[in-house]
Design a protein around this ligand. Structure first.
Ligand code: HEC
Length: 140
């Protein structure tokens, strides 16, 4: 009985480290936070606009999650497509793809490509983190 329990916990440990080997929040902190503030109100954005380098991540998440609408409202498909957009944008940011509002785009310019700075696992982890972190968190 005990042996079986140990084996099961060891196996869940292995699966855990395999799936969550890369911490999305750590990736955000080291690769995105120098430009994207994690969470800030619209009022504070106005106050800090002069020193900001990019739209805050809470706004990015709201925009991308809100603008991508899946026909049958399937949450898994929505998550998948939102994450694809984010992972692609990290490597290939492009004016025509940006959902950023024109005023912010004029102020910040298009995001510089981060190609080669993140591994595939890091991109996956940070995209997943962005999706989860801002569940129910409105930019207001
Ligand atoms: C050197 C600064 C900089 C870094 C580093 C940076 N970004 Fe950006 N990012 C920007 C700017 C500026 C914009 C707004 C203009 C645009 O949409 O391209 C932006 C826009 C985005 C958008 C598109 C938002 C939209 O509404 O269309 C996504 C998604 C994004 N960033 C994700 C990330 C992620 C994830 C990271 C970290 C892996 C990251 N960025 C790192 C500057 C940066």
């Amino acid at each position: 009985m005990k042996k079986k329990y140990l084996l099961t916990s060891f196996m869940s440990f292995l699966m855990f480290t395999q799936l969550y080997g890369v911490d999305g929040y750590e990736v955000y902190k080291s690769k995105c936070s120098q430009c994207h503030i994690e969470n800030i109100s619209k009022a504070d954005v106005v106050k800090n606009f002069a020193t900001m380098k990019a739209p805050p991540m809470v706004e990015v998440a709201n925009q991308v999650k809100g603008n991508i609408i899946i026909a049958d409202d399937d949450e898994d498909v929505h998550r998948h497509v939102v994450k694809l957009f984010i992972k692609d944008y990290i490597d290939n940011p492009f004016l025509d793809k940006s959902m950023c509002n024109p005023m912010a785009l004029e102020r910040f310019g298009v995001m510089p490509s981060q190609k080669g700075k993140l591994s595939a696992d890091e991109k996956e982890a940070v995209a997943e983190w962005i999706y989860e972190r801002y569940e129910g968190v409105r930019f207001k």
